[in-house]
Design a protein around this ligand. Structure first.
Ligand SMILES: C[S@@+](CC[C@H](N)C(=O)[O-])C[C@H]1O[C@@H](n2cnc3c(N)ncnc32)[C@H](O)[C@@H]1O
Length: 285
């Protein structure tokens, strides 16, 4: 109790100057905007990181981050701390309905069905989006023999990617999924005191994960994709960065392939090789 109170009292405070320095750095490295209103959030999230490093002031932390040895080692941890990872299974379900009703049948018709259909979940967070894609495509494959598919999920945050690889979720996270689908694609934990589910091996083997920062000059993914999902990520970037990122993603999307954005994102007035087919759904030119 006493220690807890001491921790409360001696929590490190982030000065305006320190915040400005970190926010410029975060923007440069990740494209994530850190406006002044985010100061309290950044301070509280980094306080935990300071404790892990046994540091008591932000001055120490900043000297470490911008010191000769700090930068490379700390970038990954800092970005883990600042990124917003909110996601869900079947988030924005209209996209998955469109995939089943239009995109996948079109791929099959174009004889793309004789090869593996590849989908990229770019900014995949803890895996709910790529595993939802895997569920939708597994169901489609059941009705369309010979249909083969693979998915990659990428994110900047190594911590969140580990969760995606583990594929273990609190049971309440899958409560919106119909029982029959849950039975097919999830295993229940034996320990009922903290009920979790794990995505079944057959589905997990369809999804590969890797770290990719949208700020990289070139996206080091070896494939060309039939569809790219980049949803609820670009909202954290300014317009110029959004346009650059979309163009780099389009370099990896085959002509006539599909591009999906989050519901509050748009390509309006952007110079990108996409044409709209539905709100937030586009085709590569
Ligand atoms: C809000 S989540 C969206 C997850 C999922 N696409 C969805 O719609 O549910 C945004 C994700 O983008 C990732 N992200 C943020 N900046 C990034 C960057 N520069 N490069 C790659 N991923 C980034 C975050 O780590 C986070 O997991």
């Amino acid at each position: 109790m006493f220690n807890l109170r001491l921790n409360e009292i001696f929590r490190a405070q982030l000065s305006q100057e320190e915040f400005d320095k970190l926010s410029r750095f975060i923007y440069k490295e990740s494209g994530i905007k850190m406006p002044p209103v985010k100061k309290v959030m950044l301070q509280s999230r980094l306080q935990k990181r300071l404790r892990e490093l046994n540091m008591t002031t932000f001055k120490e932390y900043i000297d470490y981050v911008f010191g000769k040895d700090g930068l490379n080692a700390e970038i990954i941890h800092m970005l883990d701390v600042v990124s917003t990872n909110k996601t869900d299974f079947f988030r924005e379900p209209v996209h998955f309905d469109f995939l089943t009703s239009t995109v996948l049948p079109e791929f099959v018709q174009q004889k793309a069905g004789s090869r593996t259909i590849k989908v990229w979940s770019a900014g995949c967070s803890s895996g709910e989006e790529p595993y939802t894609l895997a569920i939708v495509m597994a169901d489609f494959a059941e009705k369309n023999p010979g249909f083969d598919y693979s998915i990659i999920g990428t994110d900047i945050s190594t911590q969140i990617l580990q969760k995606a690889v583990d594929a273990v979720y609190k049971e309440e996270r899958v409560s919106i999924i119909p029982m029959e689908t849950k039975r097919k694609y999830f295993l229940k934990s034996k320990d009922r005191s903290s009920p979790t589910v794990k995505v079944v091996g057959d589905l997990r083997r369809r999804v590969r994960f890797g770290r990719l920062n949208f700020m990289d000059n070139y996206y080091d993914v070896p494939e060309t994709f039939d569809a790219v999902f980049c949803r609820n990520v670009l909202i954290y970037f300014d317009r110029e960065t959004q346009e650059k990122v979309i163009n780099k993603l389009c370099d990896k999307l085959r002509p006539d392939g599909y591009f999906f954005l989050g519901h509050s994102e748009s390509i309006m007035n952007m110079d990108v090789p996409l044409k709209q087919v539905k709100p937030t759904i586009f085709k590569r030119l």
